[in-house]
Design a binder for this molecule. Structure first.
Ligand code: AQP
Length: 336
């Protein structure tokens, strides 16, 4: 019975075509929690509009992200798969938590700094308060554990601080969540064009990202073009950021350690190595691509999953919402 289970929550923004960073850092790890935990995996469309989106594309990507969840192994019978904007508690709790989140805390968030540099003409309040909405997503379901890539660690720490602050004022209200960041280098996959920068789905340089849904020949071409240093030895040495990134990706898809990879490619050069990384990645993702195509042709099924997910998430969110409303001093909601 799920009521005795601890809760896992995570989300992905439908803000672009998902990359192998999203896959290796987050989604690939989601399924392993499904049996033991009550799992909520959300398509966080409200977060996506902190950056200007084309409405038709946002709609399409919302379906695609949900289909990718399933194609990556998340069974809708075992996980609550849903769309954030379908459950009003996210925005409602987000506003309340805004009032328990400090300006100074939000100003220190590196994602805000990076994204405001990238979107100078649209540094909106939502981009700034994004971490408070993310805290609401997590705290709404009394989440114990949040599987994310390492770029989200700072936001998770802030969510913990907000929960502790609120609990400190009003008494035990929220479970204080723990991040789950996998210990391998794939917790942070870097751009193929600028290996000191994280791979991001919204990167405009197509050579910087490998998308989960890219065809095999495209994947191989992108790895061939990946920026490396001027050497030729496949070794994880200081300053070889590009090669280390490719080793992390190869290791994540093959299960091989850095030592094993170094031994395998001794004396073989970068060209050979890049081809093997491309092939390992494309072959591992081939079944995901196939299943994704099948699901996108079954809109009725996706609509059913979305409706069931929204209903379950909404129902489960009510308890926390009513507790929070009472604690902060809002009067009882009239019943219509
Ligand atoms: N490069 C990455 N390596 C490992 N994990 C990553 N994640 C993102 N990029 C990498 C993880 O993917 C999950 C979903 O991310 P998100 O959609 O919520 O937002 P994000 O972290 O801002 O991801 P992107 O790809 O960089 O999106 P855009 O370009 O829209 O900002 C998270 O768990 C994240 O850690």
């Amino acid at each position: 019975m799920y009521k005795d289970k601890k809760v896992v929550f995570s989300g992905v923004q439908p803000s672009g075509q998902l990359t192998i960073g999203n896959y290796l850092g987050a989604i690939k790890n989601f399924a392993e929690f499904s049996d033991e935990y009550r799992c909520y995996y959300c398509v966080v469309d409200e977060h996506a509009i902190t950056v200007r989106q084309n409405p038709a594309e946002l709609r399409r990507r919302t379906y695609e992200t949900l289909a990718l969840y399933i194609a990556c192994g998340l069974d809708p019978e075992k996980n609550v798969l849903f769309v954030q904007s379908h459950v009003s508690g996210h925005a409602e709790l987000g506003w309340i938590l805004d009032c328990y989140t400090m300006f100074g805390e939000l100003s220190r968030m590196t994602q805000f700094k990076d994204k405001s540099k990238k979107n100078t003409d649209n540094i909106n309040a939502g981009l700034f308060t994004y971490p408070a909405l993310m805290a609401a997503d997590i705290l709404l379901y009394q989440t114990e554990m949040v599987p994310v890539g390492s770029d989200q660690k700072q936001h998770l720490e802030l969510a913990r601080n907000i929960a502790e602050r609120f609990n400190g004022i009003y008494g035990e209200t929220f479970v204080v969540p723990e991040p789950f960041i996998n210990k391998t280098p794939s917790a942070r996959i870097m751009s193929l064009a600028e290996p000191t920068k994280k791979m991001s789905k919204s990167d405009e340089n197509e050579n910087a990202t490998v998308r989960i849904l890219d065809e095999k020949d495209v994947i191989i071409k992108k790895f061939k073009r990946a920026v490396t240093d001027s050497g030729s030895e496949v070794r994880a040495l200081d300053g070889k950021d590009g090669i280390i990134n490719l080793m992390s990706i190869y290791g994540a898809f093959t299960g091989k350690s850095f030592e094993e990879i170094e031994r395998e490619f001794e004396g073989r050069g970068y060209g050979d190595f890049k081809l093997c990384v491309g092939e390992a990645c494309a072959d591992a993702l081939a079944p995901v691509r196939e299943e994704f195509k099948r699901l996108m042709n079954d809109k009725a099924y996706l609509e059913d999953v979305i409706a069931k997910g929204a209903m379950e998430a909404y129902r489960d969110s009510l308890k926390t919402m009513s507790k929070v409303r009472r604690k902060v001093g809002f009067i009882e909601k009239p019943r219509f």
